[in-house]
Design a protein around this ligand. Structure first.
Ligand code: ADP
Ligand code: MG
Length: 601
């Protein structure tokens, strides 16, 4: 900020012709008298002391600038990291309803793009804003001290610039939010496309998908160009007004110099301060539009940060849930489909230690039963009682330690086989891992890979077959420890299913298998059947959903649903299969007439 004054000072001291030959002139810099110029030959040049004094001032300025840049960067990065972590935390504590509504692409865009904009807006931008404000005021004060008259002229233009900036800022905010939303759509589309490349190729739809993406890109392009046009109008307009005005000021100033009201040095400083102030007004309006951009982006971020956790896993009682499971008068529809009632007064009693098999036509609600039990969704009315406790009162985190699910399409993480298997229990020993792999019939195929347990399986386990993925997912869940009585422990002590702490490695107290063995061949299934029998002996509850006769056969109880989500019968396999009028027999004969594989339902 001192620079223009110093320039003026140098101009005026150097050109002053009144100095006697051998005299050094004195100037005050930062309140100290400093010998300023000395005459060498016919030139008057600044002294070494004068240069040094200025050097010190410039050095301090540079250091302060360095500190400011570094500090801002740090604050900004920290804020960004905080925002991102907060968003992620909030997202993990949402229930499945949230995921039925939101698309991951859009969320990723908010996590990555919007947080950057917000952080930049409140650090870099805010500091620029403050700097501009300060330099604007200081500039104006300096201008006033140099010439009140010129400054009065200056003020003519000021309201015009502010007005233009305000109008412009509001528009930028709107466009900017639209751009961020469009970026979200772009990520959404490409994310799905990258996940489904094989399907796209199989249907020869590469061009169609490129077209889909192109449409989104075009929208983004149009919006950004519109923003560019706004900026173009603004900056060029301001520049034009500013330049014209500067020439006007120069003419007035020169006249004042001629009339002795100003020195040349003063006029020079004045004009420099004018450009300083002008550029600070200019960057203030830029600040305003950037701030508005930040506000737009922060709205999108705070929508997520404001989210109340739909579930607080640690809230509730930490009770033992290894007992009967009772669904009582459950009414349920999915939040996104209020008109489709999945269950009307569903009642189901699953006894501790039973292996219960849910069967019924596709879409009848079998998976929904398990989603409600694991509290991914919340029933409209009715209750689920586990071991005498209302599930809603039990700590979800605690409950989920005692319940596990294996799905038809197991979600495996990129990484190694071992990392996937120990996902639920990261401190598992090699021995434990080996045992659950035996129980899930994985050992043989794992040993056939050159890298064994260190085999990398690609994103979503893409480098494994469907049946291999299912078995790894089963091993992963079997590694979660179940609780058994001492009696059971004694009874099964000869089996190779205990770890050295005496815990049983047959999966948690409640195990849900949702068509989890659908991709297995008969031999693999036979091997897994043995593990499920061990679970029955260990009095651990298993709920399986299956189509295959072989899987249905091994359960203690079969629950048959009709298309309306009503339970039409519950009994053991032999009773149902021997009754020609039972729903199960009907279901089986129906699927046989569709010439399914003999063993399949
Ligand atoms: P299944 O017996 O085949 O496992 P589901 O329990 O998955 O059947 O589904 C029961 C009904 O709920 C079906 O009509 C299905 O379309 C619907 N449905 C399943 N999941 C959702 C969801 N996330 N949002 C809305 N409707 C769903
Ligand atoms: Mg299902």
């Amino acid at each position: 900020m001192l620079f223009p004054s110093i320039i003026g000072l140098v101009i005026d001291t150097v050109k002053d012709p009144e100095t006697p030959e051998d005299e050094t002139k004195k100037e005050q810099i930062a309140g100290i008298d400093i010998p300023s110029t000395i005459k060498v030959l016919s030139y008057e040049i600044p002294t070494v002391q004068f240069y040094s004094a200025l050097g010190v001032i410039f050095l301090c300025g540079s250091l302060a600038n360095f500190g400011r840049i570094l500090l801002l960067r740090k604050v900004g990065e920290r804020l960004m990291a905080k925002l991102r972590l907060n968003i992620l935390k909030k997202i993990f504590y949402q229930d499945s309803k949230f995921w039925d509504i939101h698309k991951s692409g859009d969320l990723i865009s908010r996590l990555v793009n919007d947080s950057t904009i917000v952080a930049r807006s409140v650090t870099q931008n805010l500091s620029d804003g403050m700097r501009s404000t300060i330099s604007g005021f200081v500039g104006a004060a300096m201008m006033l001290t140099i010439s009140v008259k010129l400054t009065a002229y200056m003020m003519l233009i000021f309201p015009l610039l502010v007005f233009v900036a305000l109008v412009f800022g509001r528009r930028v905010k709107r466009v900017s939010r639209e751009i961020q939303e469009q970026l979200g759509s772009l990520t959404k589309v490409s994310e799905e496309q990258f996940n489904f490349t094989k399907t796209i190729q199989a249907f020869n739809n590469e061009t169609y998908e490129v077209g889909k993406f192109k449409k989104e890109v075009k929208k983004l392009y149009d919006l950004s160009v519109f923003e560019g046009r706004l900026q173009g109008y603004f900056y060029s307009g301001n520049g034009f007004i500013g330049n014209v005005f500067l020439i006007f000021l120069l003419s007035v100033g020169t006249t004042m110099v001629r009339q002795g009201e100003l020195t040349i040095g003063e006029l020079s400083s004045y004009l420099m301060y004018t450009t300083y102030s002008a550029s600070s007004v200019y960057s203030l309006s830029n600040f305003y539009s950037e701030l508005m951009k930040g506000v737009g982006a922060s709205e999108r971020i705070f929508e997520l940060i404001k989210l109340k956790p739909a579930i607080i896993p640690t809230k509730g009682e930490k009770v033992d849930v290894s007992g009967d499971i009772v669904f009582k008068d459950i009414n349920f529809h999915y939040p996104t489909r209020p008109n489709h009632q999945v269950f009307n007064n569903l009642n189901l009693h699953i006894e501790k230690g039973d292996h219960v098999c849910l069967v019924g036509p596709s879409g009848c609600g079998k998976t929904t039963v398990t989603q409600l039990l694991l509290r991914y969704y919340h029933a409209e009315s009715g209750s689920i009682i586990v071991n005498g406790h209302n599930l809603e009162d039990v700590s979800l985190a605690h409950f989920r330690q005692q319940a596990g699910i294996v799905q038809q399409e197991p979600m495996l993480f990129s990484g190694t086989l071992r990392e996937n298997i120990v996902y639920g229990r990261r401190d598992a020993t090699d021995e434990e891992v080996q045992k659950v792999c035996d129980l899930a019939n994985c050992t043989k195929f794992i040993n056939n890979f050159p890298d064994k347990f260190d085999t990398v399986i690609g994103a979503k386990g893409a480098q494994l077959s469907g049946g291999q993925k299912q078995r790894i997912a089963l091993a992963r869940t079997l590694l979660l420890p179940g609780k058994v009585s001492d009696e059971v422990r004694a009874k099964l002590s000869h089996e190779n299913i205990f770890n050295d702490k005496g815990e049983v490695l047959l999966g948690p107290n409640i195990l849900i298998l949702d068509e989890a063995t659908s991709a297995l061949d008969a031999k693999s299934e036979e091997a897994i059947k043995r593990s499920l029998e061990l679970r029955q002996q260990a009095e651990l509850t298993t709920i399986s959903i299956a189509h295959r006769l072989s899987t249905i056969k091994m359960s203690d109880k079969i629950v048959v649903f009709n298309t309306k989500g009503e339970i039409v019968e519950i009994n053991d396999f032999d009773t149902l299969i021997n009754d020609p009028n039972s729903e199960l027999t009907k279901l089986l004969s129906k699927s046989e007439s569709h010439e399914d594989v003999e063993e399949d339902l």
